[in-house]
Design a protein around this ligand. Structure first.
Ligand code: ATP
Ligand code: BTN
Length: 252
């Protein structure tokens, strides 16, 4: 996958000093017709969200808190591909700019040395058989040096990992150009290339995992991820389960 200049991404940019959640704002803008590729970015989020309504800590100017509006030609069930695209683009950007060994934790996190440095939240507006729009939001901890008590053990930033300040703009521009390239593969029927990069960057494949769902738990070996973002887990009983990212968490 070659690098290139931006063609559709960030043609339109909404930049806020402070906002509740860039994902919520992007959904509003998308509802009102904002075009494919619109970028919504904030210096601070006062109501940053993770999956399952959890809180995403987004202090002023410490990280990159952004959302992208997409109008992809995908079926609704293929939407997890967008999260995978975003994860590959962000991991590559972080690795390229900082040299840090950043890895993808299925389904929506980026880790450095086992700690969470970024998270992705993809939301979709769709009916039974077509996508109206997708908003993919990513939060990257860049220069955070202290985290609230609840996440002090599990969170990290590029600064904490590298021991020096990291230029947010460099990460942002590299992320956007990577995103364009990877996204184009997705639209051009070459998602296989993205999948292969995802596999190379993953920290779960070939390892034992525990999947925690709303009312079940599953343990086994993470064999692979499929083209629609599902994790294939070989259980201790020898069966292979296909786990959708929906409402589950993964533990090692
Ligand atoms: P898991 O369930 O394994 O913790 P997850 O991806 O399912 O991971 P989410 O449901 O996406 O977690 O929720 C986000 C979680 O990320 C929050 O519960 C919180 O623990 C953590 N978190 C919040 N803000 C940050 C941040 N800035 N950096 C790292 N972690 C954060
Ligand atoms: C997660 O790990 O749960 C995903 C966190 C996603 C955070 C980003 S920050 C920009 C965008 N706006 C939000 O409210 N959430 C996402």
């Amino acid at each position: 996958i070659q690098n290139s200049r931006l063609e559709f991404l960030a043609r339109k940019i909404y930049h806020y000093p402070s906002i509740g959640s860039t994902n919520d704002e992007a959904k509003k803008l998308a509802q009102n017709g904002a075009p494919h590729g619109t970028l919504v970015i904030a210096e601070e989020q006062t109501g940053g969200k993770g999956r399952l309504g959890r809180r995403w800590v987004s202090p002023p100017r410490k990280g990159i808190w952004l959302s992208i509006i997409l109008r992809p030609s995908l079926e609704p069930y293929q939407a997890p591909r967008i999260t995978m695209t975003c994860a590959v683009a962000a991991a590559k950007a972080i690795r390229k700019v900082t040299g840090i060994d950043c890895r993808i934790k299925w389904p929506n996190d980026l880790l450095v040395k086992g700690k969470k440095v970024a998270g992705i939240l993809t939301e979709m507006s769709a009916d039974m058989d077509s996508i109206n729009f997708v908003v993919t939001g990513i939060g990257i901890n860049v220069n955070n040096t202290n985290f609230p008590k609840e996440i002090i053990e599990t969170a990290t930033s590029l600064k904490l990992a590298s021991g020096k300040n990291v230029d947010r703009l460099k990460i942002l521009t590299e992320f956007l150009s990577q995103f364009e390239v990877v996204y184009r593969c997705l639209e051009d029927g070459e998602f296989g290339k993205v999948l292969e990069e995802w596999r190379q960057l993953s920290c779960n494949l070939g390892k034992r995992v525990r999947i925690i769902g709303r009312n079940y738990e599953l343990e086994g070996l993470a064999l692979d991820v499929d083209g629609n973002g599902a994790l294939l887990v070989k259980t201790n009983e020898g069966t292979v389960e296909r786990v959708l990212s929906g409402d589950v968490s993964l533990r090692e």
